[in-house]
Design a protein around this ligand. Structure first.
Ligand code: SAM
Length: 234
């Protein structure tokens, strides 16, 4: 992977950046995504934010070697704190982290979202956290994708500020409103695999009798999730 040939996952993320947008890529690491977006004229300006020293330096190096220092500002900082009002950012990308961390970044950076018109989020796990956040903060999900790369399955969620109150069902939060409608083979394979993992956990926990109260609660939670999956895949 480099700034000209992204991974399948990052290429799909980049495909949601439309034309000449002003983007912030939070947790940019190598800065391949902003370099690719600028080179392909999807973005006209980018902030590449990184909180860790090593990736921050590698982003700086990448931007310099691509000759894009005029269009991409690499900034060190936590989450959305690297964004300033004068950047006039339209689109924020947060990719390659857990859903819980992405949610925390959005919650802590709430004030920076006022003029943002699109969020492109790619949680590695716990995507439901972001759908819960979207309902609480009134962002609607305009698109979702699910893809497989190197035997891992990734979800992408694209949000815009909602004009009406957002209300998802439990199924929509869990599976994603668009992914649930589409139910493509990768979606089915992901949830079949997850349900099997949960069944195995229940079996393992149940070996130790009597089952502790904590484990009984865990089993009930897993059984509920398995029931959701069975309901959807039936
Ligand atoms: N976004 C790239 C991608 O999708 O390929 C890189 C993903 S990498 C696994 C996650 C990056 O996010 C790391 O470089 C990490 O240092 C950075 N990161 C984690 N928490 C962060 C935060 N609160 N603010 C900024 N960057 C963060």
């Amino acid at each position: 992977m480099n700034e000209e040939q992204l991974s399948k996952r990052l290429e799909k993320v980049a495909s949601y950046i439309a034309h000449n947008e002003r983007i912030a890529d939070i947790g940019s690491d190598h800065a391949y995504l902003p370099c690719f977006a600028i080179k392909n004229k999807a973005a006209s300006f980018a902030v590449a934010g990184e909180v860790v020293d090593g990736p921050f330096q590698s982003a700086q190096k990448q931007v310099r070697s691509s000759g894009l220092t005029a269009q991409i500002d690499v900034r060190k900082g936590n989450g959305l704190e690297v964004i300033n009002p004068e950047d006039a950012i339209d689109t924020i990308v947060i990719a390659g982290m857990g859903g819980t961390l992405i949610r925390t970044i959005l919650e802590e950076g709430q004030a920076k979202l006022t003029n943002v018109t699109k969020l492109i989020l790619q949680p590695n796990i716990a995507a439901f956290q972001l759908r819960e956040w979207s309902e609480k903060n009134n962002w609607t999900i305009i698109s979702e994708a699910i893809l497989r790369e190197d035997n891992k399955i990734y979800e992408i969620i694209v949000l815009e500020p909602a004009t009406e109150p957002v209300k998802w069902t439990e199924h929509e939060i869990f599976f994603g409103p668009h992914l649930l409608k589409e139910q493509n083979p990768i979606f089915k394979s992901k949830w079949r695999h997850e349900a099997n993992t949960w069944r195995n956990i229940i079996q393992t926990i149940s070996i130790n009798q009597p089952i502790s109260e904590d484990n009984q609660t865990k089993i009930r939670e897993l059984e509920h999730k398995i029931a959701l999956v069975e309901d959807v895949l039936k």
